[in-house]
Design a protein. Structure first.
Length: 258
């Protein structure tokens, strides 16, 4: 599912996620470009370039462009957290994107709302085959048995955090340059994009750059909040105790998979 030959770019949204991944890589060395540290090394026999995406669409687009144009990655995996929008998408669940939209792109009346001028597209879709394979691997990586006995997940105590076992969803992730944290903003997004499962700040920008360069990509998000008035309260604790570990378990499983 991930390329055996050629470099894989792993973009992490949070420093905690990146560090957890670097701790697993035996041989990484840093190269600096555009003010970012790109960590080149190996994991499970694959050549990996790991980097912090930085926050927001432009920052993530720059990071993606450097990964592709300078470091020559053949594929990109993005992990991070997101606010849950879809009914039944709970804190602690995971969403694998099969479509991405920039929810704050609006060049109307010149172009339809959400359309990316010059592409004729509003929605970007990673390859369906790859998405299905990624989803299956992620489901396995976060299965109840892995949460009990897995290398990276055994010490995730969901009950202490009031969380249920993770469910893996597949669907639309929307991205924009706002941290969404009010019931009103959340309702407006759901009205404009009813099928959206999650909202974050980078995925659809990564997708646009990958689309332009013809590079396959995967965006996976752990739900850290419900994008409502409680959003900021849940965030830091969740990242440390859950999201960092899920992210590592998922990336590890993807890199191990054939
Ligand atoms: N990332 C995590 N939660 C988010 C939210 N509520 N809005 C935007 N990005 C997020």
């Amino acid at each position: 599912m991930l390329t055996r030959t050629g470099r894989i770019g792993v973009m992490a949204a949070m420093p905690e996620e990146l560090q957890a991944l670097l701790d697993l890589m035996p041989d990484e060395t840093a190269q600096h470009r555009a003010g970012r540290a790109f960590w080149i090394g190996h994991l499970h026999g694959r050549e990996v370039v790991a980097v912090l995406s930085r926050i927001g669409k432009v920052a993530a687009a720059t990071t993606t462009t450097v990964l592709i144009e300078h470091f020559g990655v053949r594929q990109i995996v993005f992990t991070g957290v997101a606010g849950g929008l879809g009914d039944g998408v709970r804190v602690g669940d995971v969403v694998v994107a099969d479509a991405l939209v920039q929810h704050d792109m609006d060049a109307s009346p010149l172009f339809p709302r959400f359309e990316l001028p010059g592409t004729g597209l509003s929605m970007l879709r990673p390859s369906a085959d790859q998405t299905a394979a990624v989803r299956a691997t992620v489901e396995q990586a976060l299965a109840p048995s892995a949460l009990v006995a897995g290398d990276t997940l055994a010490d995730v105590h969901l009950d202490e955090l009031g969380l249920a076992l993770p469910r893996v969803h597949q669907g639309l992730i929307v991205s924009g340059d706002q941290f969404v944290h009010s019931a009103q903003a959340c309702a407006a997004l759901k009205q404009a994009l009813p099928s959206a499962l999650a909202v974050e700040m980078e995925g659809a920008a990564v997708a646009q750059v990958c689309h332009d360069f013809g590079v396959p990509y995967t965006v996976i998000r752990t739900i850290s909040d419900r994008a409502d008035d409680q959003a900021h309260v849940d965030f830091p604790r969740f990242i440390q105790s859950v999201a960092r570990r899920y992210s590592l378990a998922m990336v590890d499983a993807l890199l191990r998979a054939q």
